[in-house]
Write a new protein. Structure first.
Length: 262
């Protein structure tokens, strides 16, 4: 926990009272005493510090001061064919650490319908995983999560409304790689990135993405699990954006915010 996060409704004036895992972290990991301070942030708000003013049993009270504004709203939008629950847990946390701002969890041909019954998709459980990612990355902007049970309504009705600098989908049959697309100047602004299930997108699904302006690319000959592919692709995107700063410009020349740590 590099940044302790709290919700706006938990704050009473400048005082924050904790009795949950955050209090345990302060007491057993950080071992703070009254008068000590730590870094904290308000979910979807600013960052600052909290001074321990009272400790009683398992309760910790902090005096909160927010001094820095919240992060920018821009960032990667990730379309993800819903993976198995155990893998979904890892993906949500790690993708949040790496700066994804919006998740679209979708049904594809090779996604089992039962995956949508997992309790991980309940709002409270989703938020808990996302908050863990924000705590690690020292970020405060909570990603949005949208769940789509059918592929066709998603690709026909939702995808056209997605605003982005570019649209990308990973597919092993595509000849181009991410570096190829950057070198050709085809990646601009904040991307929408689509990653398929363990068995890959079907031919129909791949054609649907192409018909809506997505550029396909492959990661080479090695076949990766979804959680590995998500981390590898997000890391590649950030590295390539660092190497090609012109990619941070939208097609109209406007500057966009780098999504790493934003």
């Amino acid at each position: 926990m590099n940044l302790l996060l709290f919700a706006r409704h938990e704050l009473e004036g400048s005082r924050l009272r904790l009795t949950d895992r955050r209090a345990r972290h302060i007491l057993t990991v950080l071992r703070l005493q009254p008068g000590d301070s730590l870094r904290l942030g308000m979910i979807n708000g600013g960052r600052g510090s909290g001074r321990v003013c009272r400790v009683e049993g398992g309760c910790v009270e902090l005096d909160v001061t927010l001094t820095a504004p919240g992060p920018a709203a821009g960032g990667v939008k990730l379309i993800l064919a819903l993976p198995r629950p155990i893998m979904l847990r890892r993906v949500l946390k790690q993708a949040t650490v790496l700066g994804v701002r919006r998740f679209h969890l979708i049904r594809s041909r090779r996604v089992q319908k039962s995956f949508f019954q997992t309790t991980l998709l309940q709002p409270d459980n989703l938020e808990a995983l996302l908050v863990q990612g924000l705590e690690q990355a020292m970020d405060t902007r909570l990603p949005e999560v949208f769940i789509h049970h059918r592929f066709k309504p998603f690709i026909e009705d939702v995808v056209p409304a997605l605003v982005s600098g570019c649209r990308l989908f990973a597919h092993p049959d595509e000849p181009a790689t991410l570096p190829d697309l950057f070198a050709a100047g085809e990646i601009r602004g904040d991307p929408v990135l689509a990653i398929g299930p363990e068995g890959g997108w079907s031919d129909y699904e791949a054609e649907c993405f192409k018909a809506r302006g997505f550029r396909g690319f492959s990661m080479g000959s090695r076949i990766l699990h979804v959680d590995t592919a998500v981390v590898a692709l997000l890391a590649q995107l950030q590295l390539l954006r660092d190497l090609h700063p012109e990619s941070l410009l939208c097609k109209d020349g406007a500057q966009v915010n780098s999504w790493q740590g934003a």
